[in-house]
Write a protein that binds this ligand. Structure first.
Ligand code: RIB
Length: 304
């Protein structure tokens, strides 16, 4: 049974400004704190998998600055294999500026070294991708690289999952290499030309056009998928007081990739994904919030 998950994606330093609320346009508000914590959708998802004890590898690119060093230290502390992470000279590591309020967050990413995650880099790490069972990617690295890695994965029978964040318009010549796609509602609106329809219509039209399995995350409402006949909505799990929603989507994707790598059904995988993200939002920090296998097992009947 295949279980190796490879995450190809971004590594960022998150500059998190916490405030009681976001400023309105043109307004200044006083914040409560500013914290520097490693993030990036790719790294967050790899750490989410690591905390679940999955067999995983992280691929991506950092700069040769202090933020790159801090990120490498964090990966080392978490015993994540850093062997294939590339450091490029004279380039700044990716940065995310995050406004964090008790209810939600807004993020601006400056990709920096993540743009050096090129097709040439994919060639360098080809063997790692080819030997995976699941390849998990997001859109904080160049789309051209995502497509190239997807093609390589499919050539080697690797199952592919794409978390299309930040949103990008996609065409069938890329979608045909994606087995599972996991947009939230705003990302879905960018993917579709019928985003105002109800979910049932959206799923029916999607399935007519594409072979990719669509799994839509619905924030505090949970998520939805198609079981072949109907839309199935799975409610979000409230597993404690919500402290930080940053990385909730990353936690979901880590849980989903874990289930898919174990060849679980979509339903089982999505239930786990909901549990992982439900726990992640109860702690501060996209990476620090990723629940461990033991945390999940408190809410998971069959135990991981
Ligand atoms: O999904 C959350 C992540 O988005 C943050 O860690 C930030 O780096 C941005 O990539």
């Amino acid at each position: 049974m295949g279980e190796r998950v490879v995450v190809l994606g971004s590594l960022n330093m998150d500059i998190v400004v916490s405030a009681a609320r976001k400023p309105e346009v043109g307004e200044t508000v006083l914040g409560e704190s500013v914290r520097y914590v490693p993030g990036g959708k790719g790294a967050n998802q790899a750490i989410g998998l690591k905390q679940l004890d999955a067999d995983k590898k992280m691929l991506g690119v950092i700069g040769d600055d202090i933020f790159g060093e801090k990120i490498m230290q964090q990966l080392h502390q978490l015993t994540i294999d850093r062997q294939h992470i590339k450091q490029v000279n004279g380039t700044a590591t990716g940065i995310a500026t995050i406004i964090h309020t008790p209810k939600d967050n807004s993020i601006i990413v400056v990709p920096g070294a993540n743009t050096a995650c090129t097709t040439a880099y994919v060639d360098e790490v080809e063997a790692v991708i080819a030997s995976a069972d699941v390849l998990l990617m997001q859109f904080e690295i160049p789309l051209e690289t995502v497509k190239y890695a997807l093609q390589l994965a499919k050539k080697n029978n690797v199952t592919t999952i794409v978390n299309p964040a930040p949103a990008q318009e996609l065409t069938e010549d890329l979608l045909r290499y994606i087995d599972y796609i996991t947009p939230n509602q705003s990302e879905l609106a960018v993917l579709l030309d019928n985003a105002n329809e109800d979910l049932e219509t959206i799923f029916k039209q999607w399935n007519r056009k594409h072979t990719t399995e669509l799994i839509v995350t619905l924030g505090e409402k949970g998520c939805a998928y198609w079981d072949g006949e109907n839309v199935i909505k799975i409610a979000a799990k409230q597993l404690g007081e919500v402290r930080d929603t940053t990385g909730a989507g990353d936690a979901f994707n880590a849980g989903l990739a874990y289930g898919i790598s174990k060849r679980w059904t979509i339903r089982q995988s999505v239930l786990l994904a909901n549990t992982v993200s439900g726990l992640a939002v109860t702690k501060f920090g996209a990476q620090a919030g990723m629940p461990t296998k033991q945390d999940v097992n408190r809410f998971w009947i069959n135990k991981l």
